[in-house]
Design a protein around this ligand. Sequence first.
Ligand code: GLN
Length: 488
Amino acid sequence: MPFDPTTSTLVSLRDAIATKKISAGEAAAAYLARIASINPSLNAYREVLAEKAAARAAQVDAGRVRGPLAGVPIAIKDCMCYAEGTTCAGSNMLRGHRSPFTATAVKKLEDAGAVILGTTNMDEFAMGSSTETCAYGKVSNPWDVTRVPGGSSGGASAAMAADLAAAALGSDTGGSIRQPAAVTGTVGLKPTYGRVSRWGLIAYASSLDQIGTFTRSVGDAALLAKIMFGADPLDGTTAQMGVPADLDQVESAPGRMRIGVARQFTQDGANEPSVQRAYEEALAVYKAAGAEVVEVDLPHTKYGIPCYYLVATAEASSNLARYTGMHYGHRAKDAGDLADLYRKSRAEGFGAEVKRRIMLGTHALSSGYYDAYYTRALKVRRLIRNDFDTAFASCDAILCPTTTGPAFRIGEKTGDPLTMYMNDVYTVTANLAGLPAISLPAGFSAAEGGKLPVGVQLIGQAFDEARLLRIARVHERATGHHLVRPVL
Ligand code: GLN
């Protein structure tokens, strides 16, 4: 059978191009053709850079571009500044915005030889769990087009599930890589806070935002991690730490495996039965592989959602203050004085969810309420972090579901923001604590004839992605859930 670049892993595609089993031009053409035929029904990509991608692939084939990702087609999320095409962060505020520079994470991929296919749709400024707040249209889940692909990186997850990229970058502030990965059956890695440079990532909540990956396998996530991780002089919050040489050695045995389980993730029948089953199956996989299962307690997890939505909206209200219509972004046409220009530009440029978050955050930071809300949330954040520190004294990774259920229907939760916010119950604490976490395909929900993917999550110790990925690979190897593709 001829080599199919649109279903192979990143690692094998990279090797196939390097050994000339397939040319970079053929790989790019195969993806671009697939995007042209499938993207219209999904709206995963906002902008496809077809000519640019083909030209870049030709350079790889001519030997002018080399590196560990030479010729591999990758998609980026619309909140990553890119000097080609436009960068809009899913918002009308930045419609048509051309960035003069490229985000460090994207640049590192390009320097490694990757071919950037285009930009994927997302919730406006990464605020959402369903990609329904995107100013460039909703995105459909390839497993069932009447359902959401998760969010905010829903274009990236849909692109991966539909095989429209060999890998995709996402950003995760409260779960925006892991939750969409879980409901589309893809592998989603959020690294430790500070591992990947945020320079050029359009800010949502700076103390939580982190760039990560959507891939077909754990090994592919490891390959990208090895390239993207590392200190960046342009981002003072990147950790001044070396990247472990064995980061991509996911086939090695993880050594000691103590899997932490917390009742906070399984209590009250909160999980859909299929999610509960996937979680229990994962636990059984680890036991069979010789892991020790350790009970841990994360008592402050129950405050995760309120704490997250205070911290995230407070930081968002501050970060989004830069969109005034003056420097960049939408500028209202018929404004009177300066204050009027600000007001009108913001009123016209931002969507409803972004405005809600700006108001919530501004309120939490306002004098008189600051201590009651913002300072309090920071204290709770510390307690959440302390819970994890205690837990990791006795375990190496914590296993839990990624979401409580499979993908919901488009429109099902848009009328009720609080129900929408509850999507992130299992993901926000890793961001609040700054920890690395990965969502793995874990089977299918019995709903809709067993066609909707569900995921399990592993949360690791800070800066120990190498071990986290090896532990994740144990589940992947034993189950093979990641190999099941949707019929399109
Ligand atoms: N759904 C969460 C929110 O709306 C998380 C978003 C994200 O991680 N970017 O804030």
